[in-house]
Ligand binder design. Structure first.
Ligand code: FNR
Length: 344
């Protein structure tokens, strides 16, 4: 089958995955209102293109934390890639490398960080700070050797209540798969990831003080939190509701973006994830002030469809759609993606 959009890739993935695993990847919290609204909110935007700008072939490259990427679409951290394909995170990393973008490795990856890094991909590491501070520090040390930024997820003081998983009885990885980055090197036992309800700004200060890596906060929706993050010297913000998997009825990511961008006022990069499925979605987010976006589920669908090649296909479809949409808007570079290109 010829896949012409991310929608086609998702259809193929659904056919290939065990239903309970498909549900784990696809599902959200509660009534899945936020999950649906992440998409619906993008659907509401309309573009007001410019013409006759002699813009030439669009160049969608961006620079983030001193490194140049082929475009403004990065890979969001998602758990359990080996449930989607036996190569797991290694396949995802190879695809990221081929596409010239960043893969954010989830703390719940099913391959060890060092193995993923051996692909030569540009990696960021997503961290849920653990109450065991020494263990958290040891993870940060590993990330420093393999990655160029630390993404701290701050939207998960507890795990969201996901009806599909509860109904399917999907509570844990099948035998043979594990969160390899939580394996104790001495005992060989794998720790559980703890969602820490007492995580606070002091923990962010401590993390920052303990590492030279840029620190991004993922899961910020409120402009007051964005202001606090800037005041504390955080290096970047990812506007995200965790793909609708944590707090249901949380505001759609693209709806939360403008207030966060306003609060940050250009001082640090603001990224966004949640519901990005088309080049025009990327364009809309950048026109509203995002520096880049990340995609979660589409990458998993690519993996399930055809491993590394499937993820490459997802990334290149988005790249082609974005450059096409930029051309149709008369935009030569991402700097030309300004608010006036959006109707209303
Ligand atoms: C996630 N997400 C996520 N985030 C995180 O910080 N750590 C994690 O381990 C995971 N795991 C995870 C698993 C699955 C199956 C999904 C779908 C999502 C959230 C992810 O980083 C991102 O915020 C959303 O996936 C973005 O929304 P879209 O692109 O999936 O709509």
């Amino acid at each position: 089958m010829t896949l012409v959009s991310l929608r086609d890739v998702a259809v193929s993935a659904r056919r290939r995955l065990v239903p309970a695993h498909y549900d784990f990847f696809a599902g959200g919290a509660g009534e899945e209102r936020t999950l649906r609204d992440n998409r619906a909110a993008f659907d509401r935007w309309r573009l007001r293109p410019r013409v006759l700008r002699a813009a030439g072939v669009p160049d969608p490259r961006v620079e983030l934390f001193g490194t140049e990427l082929s475009g403004p679409v990065l890979i969001a951290p998602t758990a359990f890639h080996r449930l989607a394909h036996p190569d797991g995170e290694v396949a995802t990393a190879r695809a990221a490398r081929a596409a010239g973008t960043v893969m954010t490795v989830s703390m719940a990856a099913t391959r060890p960080l060092e193995q993923i890094a051996a692909t030569g991909a540009r990696l960021w590491f997503q961290l849920y700070p653990q109450p065991d501070r020494d263990f958290t520090a040891s993870l940060v040390k590993r990330a420093e050797r393999a990655c160029t930024a630390l993404v701290v997820s701050v939207d998960s003081p507890v795990l969201g209540r996901r009806a599909r998983d509860l109904r399917n009885g999907f509570l844990d990885l099948p035998p043979g798969l594990a969160c390899e980055n939580l394996r104790d090197p001495v005992t060989g036992k794998v720790r559980d990831i703890v969602m820490d309800p007492s995580l606070g700004w002091d923990d962010i200060d401590r993390l920052r003080a303990g590492t030279g890596l840029p620190v991004l906060l993922k899961g910020v929706l409120h402009p007051a939190d964005a202001r606090e993050a800037v005041a504390r010297g955080v290096d970047g913000i990812i506007v995200s509701n965790h793909g609708g998997r944590q707090l249901d009825n949380a505001v759609a990511a693209i709806d939360a973006l403008p207030a966060v961008v306003g609060a940050v006022d250009g001082r640090i990069p603001v990224l966004l994830d949640g519901g990005v499925r088309r080049g025009t979605d990327v364009l809309t987010a950048l026109a509203l002030g995002a520096s880049a976006v990340l995609v979660g589920r589409p990458v998993i669908w690519g993996l399930a469809h055809d491993g590394e090649a499937g993820v490459r296909q997802v990334l290149s479809l988005l790249h082609e759609e974005l450059t096409g949409a930029m051309a149709l808007c008369g935009a030569a570079t991402v700097a030309d993606l300004t608010r006036d290109l959006l109707a209303a």
